[in-house]
Design a protein around this ligand. Structure first.
Ligand code: LLP
Length: 418
C-alpha cells in the first residue's frame, strides 16, 4: 500500500485519508488491492521452478471474503483452520482441490464438512485425529480421505514465543519419532490416502536458516517415504515469513522461494506454501480518530477511537506498528505520548512514549501494517462494534468490503429467559 504525504496530508494509494474517514467513519481498516496483487505475483514468481507449486493463502491472517477472492482469482488456494474458514474459502471461490485444512482440534462436524466438500487434504496433527478422519471417511462409503502429516520438526524459528510452533514442546504437528508408526497405520487403513507432508514452524520469522533446517528435515523424510514406494504428491513448507514492522529485515519472497526450491531439489513433488502475514500485513492500515488528549502529571495520553478489540497485536505480543498522523503539523514541537484506546484495560496501548507532534481532538492517525491479524483477531470486547473494512481497487476507488457493525448486530442471537 502506498502511504505518502501530499501537501501535508496522508494518502493511501492516492486517496486522502481524511476523505475516506469522512465517507466510511472510523475506526476503519483500509486495504490496497494493487498491493495484494503485487505481493501475490512476486511470491508466485519466486516459487516458479522445475516442479509445480501451489500457494495456499492462510485465511486466518485476514479472512475477509474480498481478500480471499483476490488471491483465488490469481490461482491461489487456501489454508484453513476451522469449518468457518473453510466456509469462507468456498464462498470466496477458492477451488476445493486447492484447500488444505490444518489445526490440532478439528471436530467431527468440521471433518464431515471438509470430506463432503472434497478438499485437497487434511493436515493431520495427531494420531487421534487420524483415527477420527479414517472412521468418518469410512462412513462415507468408498471415500478415501486425502491427508498429509504435519510433522513437528523440532526447529526453533527464533521468533516471539507466542507465535512459535516448530519446537517439540508446542502442541503442533506430529512428533518426528511417531511418524513411522503412523505411516504403518495409514497403509493399513483403506479410507486414508497419504499424499503429502507438511511443516509450519512459526510466524513472523525473519531468518532463512530455520526454514532451511525445517525444509531439509521434511524433504529427507519425504525421500525415505517415497523410497518405500509411498506415492506422495506434495510437501507443504508452511507460512510464517516475517514482514518489516519497524527495523526487522526479513528475507524477501525471492530468497524464501530459492531456499525452499533448493531444499526440494529434484524431488518430483508439488511445492506448497501457506503464507498469510507476508501477503497481507503491509496491504492494510487501521485509521483511527483522536477522541481526547489527556495530560496527567506523568504522561500525555492520546485517546483514539480504535482499541485493543480492533487490533490486539501490540497488547498481545508487544508488537510495534508505526503510527503516523494523517495531517502533518510541521511546526508543532514533538513530544512523548502514549496512544491508547477506549477499552477498560490498562494494556489497551497501541504505542508507549512515542515522539510525535501533539495531535488534537478530531485528528486522524494511521496505524500501519495492520492488514494481517488485525481485523481477523477483532472482538466485541466492551461491547464495541467491529470496524468497517474497505478495499481500494486498481482504479483507485474505495469499496466497502465489510459493513461497520450495528447495535443490532451486537445482540443478535441473544435471548432473555422466558
Ligand atoms: N499455516 C499454519 C498452520 C499456521 O498456523 C499459520 C499461522 C500460518 C500458516 C500462517 O502464518 P503467517 O504466514 O501468517 O505467519 N496472531 C499472530 C500470528 C499467529 C499465526 C498463527 N499461525 C500475530 O498477530 O502475530
Amino acid at each position: 500500500m502506498t502511504v505518502t504525504y501530499r501537501s501535508g496530508l496522508l494518502h493511501l494509494d492516492n486517496l486522502p485519508i481524511d476523505a475516506l474517514a469522512d465517507q466510511f467513519g472510523t475506526p476503519l481498516y483500509a486495504y490496497s488491492k494493487p498491493t495484494l496483487i503485487e505481493s501475490a505475483r512476486t511470491l508466485d514468481a519466486a516459487l516458479t521452478g522445475h516442479t509445480p507449486h501451489l500457494i495456499c493463502y492462510a485465511v486466518k491472517a485476514n479472512p475477509n471474503l474480498a481478500i480471499i477472492q483476490t488471491f483465488a482469482q490469481l490461482g491461489f488456494g487456501a489454508d484453513v483452520t476451522s469449518g468457518g474458514e473453510l466456509f469462507r474459502a468456498i464462498q470466496a471461490g477458492v477451488p476445493l482441490d486447492r484447500i488444505v485444512y490444518s489445526g490440532v482440534g478439528k471436530t467431527s462436524g468440521e471433518i464431515n464438512q471438509a470430506i463432503e466438500a472434497q478438499i485437497k487434504a487434511f493436515h493431520v496433527e495427531s494420531e487421534a485425529e487420524l483415527h477420527l478422519i479414517a472412521s468418518i471417511a469410512h462412513f462415507f462409503a468408498g471415500s478415501k480421505a486425502p491427508i498429509a502429516l504435519r510433522v513437528n520438526v523440532d526447529v526453533d524459528p527464533h521468533t516471539h514465543p507466542n507465535i512459535s510452533t516448530g519446537k517439540q514442546e508446542t502442541k503442533f504437528g506430529i512428533a518426528w519419532e511417531s511418524v513411522p508408526a503412523l505411516i504403518q497405520q495409514i497403509k493399513q487403513t483403506p479410507s486414508l490416502r497419504l499424499i503429502g507432508l507438511s511443516v509450519h514452524i512459526g510466524s513472523q520469522i525473519t531468518e532463512l536458516q530455520p526454514y532451511r533446517e525445517a525444509a531439509d528435515r521434511i524433504v529427507g523424510m519425504a525421500r525415505i517415504l517415497m523410497g518405500e514406494g509411498l506415492p506422495l504428491e506434495y510437501i507443504d513448507f508452511g507460512g510464517g515469513l516475517g514482514v518489516r514492522y519497524s527495523d526487522e529485515s526479513p528475507p524477501t519472497f525471492a530468497e524464501w522461494g530459492r531456499t525452499l526450491r533448493d531444499a526440494l531439489g529434484d524431488l518430483p513433488l508439488t511445492l506448497v506454501v501457506e503464507p498469510g502475514r507476508s501477503l497481507v500485513a503491509s496491504a492494510g492500515v487501521l485509521i483511527t480518530r483522536v477522541l481526547y488528549v489527556k495530560q496527567t502529571p506523568t504522561k500525555t495520553f492520546v485517546i483514539v477511537d480504535a482499541g485493543m478489540n480492533d487490533l490486539i497485536r501490540p497488547m498481545l505480543y508487544g508488537a510495534h506498528h508505526p503510527i503516523w498522523p494523517v495531517t502533518q503539523r510541521e511546526n508543532a514541537p514533538k513530544m512523548a505520548v502514549d496512544i491508547v484506546g477506549p477499552v477498560c484495560e490498562t494494556t489497551d496501548i497501541f504505542a508507549s512514549q512515542i515522539q510525535m507532534p501533539l495531535p488534537e481532538s478530531g485528528d486522524l492517525l494511521a496505524i500501519l501494517h495492520a492488514g494481517a491479524y488485525g481485523s481477523s483477531m477483532a472482538s466485541n470486547y466492551n461491547s464495541r462494534l467491529r470496524a468497517a473494512e474497505i478495499m481500494i481497487d486498481q482504479a483507485g476507488t474505495a469499496h466497502i468490503i465489510r459493513q461497520r457493525e450495528t447495535l443490532d448486530d451486537l445482540i443478535r442471537g441473544e435471548h432473555f429467559l422466558p
